[in-house]
Design a protein around this ligand. Sequence first.
Ligand code: IMP
Length: 430
Amino acid sequence: MSTIVVVGSQWGDEGKGKITDLLSEESNVIVRYQGGSNAGHTVVDGERQYVFHLIPSGILHQGKKCYIGSGVVIDPSSLLQEIEDLRKQGIEVEGKLFIDAKAHVVFPYHKTLDEKKEEKRGQNKIGTTKRGIGPAYIDKNARCGIRMSDLIYKDILEKKLKRNFEEKNENLLKIYNYDLTLQEQATILNEYGQYGQALKPYIRDVSLLVNQAIDENKKVLFEGAQGSLLDIDHGTYPYVTSSSPIAGGACTGIGVGPTKINKVLGITKAYTTRVGEGPFPTEMLDKTGNDIRTKGGEFGATTGRPRRCGWFDAVVVKYAVRLSGMESMALTKIDVLSGLEKIKICTSYQYHGEKINDFPTDLEILKKCIPVYEELDGWKEDISKINDFQDFPLALKKYIEKIETLTNAKIAIVSVGPKRKQTIIREKIF
Ligand code: IMP
C-alpha cells in the first residue's frame, strides 16, 4: 500500500501543482479531495504552462487515472472548459478522468450569493475568489445541495433546482435586492441539464475506485487544494475557505479510511503569502515584500489578485505539521530569496510581552501577535540550476536546516524553479 497526501502548509499557493505533477510520474492514481475552482494549480510542462482549477495536477502524464472526490464542489462550466482546453493541446481526458457522483455542484446563484455576501460584508469582507465556493458548501451542509448524479436526470434536476430557486430567490430579493428571473432560472435548468449529459461519461463512485486501487497496491496520490491555514475548522476563521484542506480532509473528501494513508507531504513556500483578508503576522508591507511579490510572480492564478507577502513563519508551518501529521515537506520557490542580504524567520510570537510558541486559536490574539524573528545570512548565488543539495550555498543549507528544526519536519524536496527538472529530491517520497 502506497498512498500519500499532498497538503499546503500555509495559506495556499505553496506550489502544490508542481509537486503533485512531479510525484504523478510515479503514481498510478491522483485524486483531488476538496475545494473547487477557487484553486489554481500551476504546472509547467516544457515550454507550456497549465493552470488547473478542478482537474488533478497529474493529468499531463500518460497512463494515470485522475479522480475528483466527493469533497470537491464542481462548477461544470469551469470543468468542461478545462477539459476542452486540454483537448485543444492534444490531451484527451475521457477514460482517464472520473468524478464522484456524490460531489456537489456549483450553480450561478452560488456565485451571485458569494459576490453579494462579500459586498454586504464591506470592510469585514473575507476576500473570497467569488467562485461560489462558500454558498455551495452551505447548501451541501444544509442538505439542499445538488450532486453530480442529480445532473444526469432531467426530472430530478428540475425538481431540486425549483426548490432551490424559490429559496435562493427569496434570500436574494429580500437581502440583496437581486431578482433571479424566470428567464435566468430556465437558462440554468437547460444549461445544467446539458452539462449533466456532457459529464455523464466521467461520473463514477470514486471512493470505490480509489479503494480498489489501494487494494491492488497501486500508488495513489491525494491532492489537496488551498492550505492548512484556510481550513474551515483549524484555519484563521472566518478568513478561511469552506472545506478541509488538511490531510484528514482526504479521508472524508474521497471516502478512504485513515488507516489507508501512509504518508503526508507538506508543501511549504520558502516565504509566506496569502490572498484575501485576515491576520498575517509576518506580512511585509515594505520594498522587500514588493520585490518578493514581483520576483516570485505572486499574483493569484485564479483571480490575478496580488498576493500579500511575508517572511517564513515557523509558528504557522509547525501548526500545519501538527494538523496533518506531516513528516516531510517540499520547500518551494527558494530561488526567489536569492540575492537578499539577510533573511528573517519568525520563530515565535509575542503577545502582550508574553512569548507564544504555538499558533493561537483565538483570532483576536493572533491579530495582536508580534512576530519574533531570527535573522540569517542570505546568499547571492543563482541557485536555479543547482541539482544537488551539496552544491547549495552554505547560507541556504543553514536556512533549510533552521526550517527543519523549527517545524519538526524534514525537507525532503527542494524546488528551485517552476520546471520539473528544477527540483532536488533529498528523500524518496513513494
Ligand atoms: P473562497 O474559497 O473563494 O471562499 O475564499 C476564501 C478565502 O480563501 C479567501 O481568502 C481566498 O483568497 C482564499 N483562497 C481560496 N482558494 C485559494 C487558493 O487556491 N489559494 C490561495 N487562497 C485561496
